[in-house]
Design a protein around this ligand. Structure first.
Ligand code: FAD
Length: 294
């Protein structure tokens, strides 16, 4: 189907222009980033904006910087940049894993970090990764007022986020990891490049002697949104991360995270995938923290 005709298209070059346009066209406008989720929704006529504000020429939304213990990622960073950026691969590896597993090269060349987060698909790859990294989104209103929302609070439900319709995501902030930290992300899907049946993001911080000081496990591909598995994480904290403990963490995650049947998989199959994928991701996260091959 063709999208419904739009009334106006704007291609601003400054953030201030975007904010002014959002203020003028509140409720009628949609921001266009990579277009990889917005355009399919428009073609299905599930979304019918009268006004499109194209972000692709806006200066200052493409920053990747690490200062004062915080990684700052501009809203318009493309998936391919996150997947291939040396510093991100080294220190925020689960984010690079997530970016590299999105769709296919065409999608990764166009799609953006903020576009995916705002789309808030429960089966998308960034939500579990950004939650696991304690990411925070910087949201700005036409008045210039800015609020900062944690990724935990940003996702509200399927295709629903805490973003107001006149707000722009300008950047995403992620605290820099401490020493001896490793992370890993993987998804299970029906065919390569598909959305997740389930996905697992795991991050561990080790003591200098190699025991687990802190652990985070987040499960994606479950409704209504990606969810933390704190009981499974507690299983590994304070241990030497031996194989039996990792398997117990998988059992704990499968028990604590509620799964659902849908066209992609049954709830039982999803729980089984969680059971086996959590130990795999923990193993890889530990190996990265110890800087050895998993
Ligand atoms: P757009 O489609 O341009 O916008 C999406 C939404 O975000 C719109 O509502 C838009 O108004 C809003 N928005 C965009 N930027 C901002 C901003 N800065 N501030 C406020 N609102 C904003 N995703 C996965 O996670 N995993 C996959 O395996 C996967 N496979 C895919 C396969 C195909 C064939 C396709 C078409 C898409 C797939 N996707 C997948 C989705 C892809 O990651 C999209 O790039 C992403 O969901 C949306 O990002 P975008 O930049 O294209 O945003």
């Amino acid at each position: 189907m063709y999208p419904r005709a739009i009334k106006s298209y704007f291609a601003p070059t400054e953030v201030s222009e975007v904010l002014a346009l959002l203020g003028q066209h509140k409720g009628a406008a949609k921001l266009l980033a990579g277009g990889q989720s917005l355009m399919p929704l428009m073609k299905l006529r599930l979304v019918e904006p009268r006004v499109i504000i194209d972000l692709n020429h806006v200066q200052g939304l493409n920053e990747i910087s690490e200062r004062a213990g915080v990684l700052t990622l501009g809203a318009m960073i493309r998936h391919v940049e996150l997947a291939t950026h040396a510093r991100i691969r080294q220190s925020y590896s689960l984010l690079a894993d997530a970016a590299g597993s999105i769709g296919d090269p065409q999608i990764r060349n166009r799609g953006t970090l903020a576009g995916s987060l705002v789309h808030a698909d429960p089966a998308a790859d960034y939500p579990p990764a950004v939650i696991a990294l304690n990411g925070r989104l910087v949201l700005t209103k036409p008045t210039g007022n800015t609020r900062i929302v944690s990724a935990d609070d940003f996702f509200v439900g399927p295709l629903t986020s805490a973003l107001d319709e006149d707000e722009l995501v300008t950047r995403i902030r992620i605290p820099a990891p401490s020493a001896h930290t490793g992370g890993a992300y993987s998804k299970n899907c029906q065919v390569a490049g598909d959305f997740a049946i389930i996905s697992v993001a795991a991050q561990v911080v080790l003591t200098p002697s190699g025991d687990c000081q802190q652990a985070t496990i987040v499960i994606g591909g479950v409704m209504p949104k990606a969810t933390r598995a704190p009981k499974a994480a507690a299983v590994v904290v304070g241990t030497s991360l031996d194989e039996a403990t990792l398997l117990r963490a998988g059992e704990a995650a499968a028990a604590e995270v509620e799964t659902q049947d849908d066209v992609r998989a049954s709830a039982v199959y999803r729980s089984q995938l969680i059971r086996v994928t959590v130990p795999q991701m923990l193993r890889q996260a530990v190996a990265r923290a110890r800087k050895v091959e998993a």
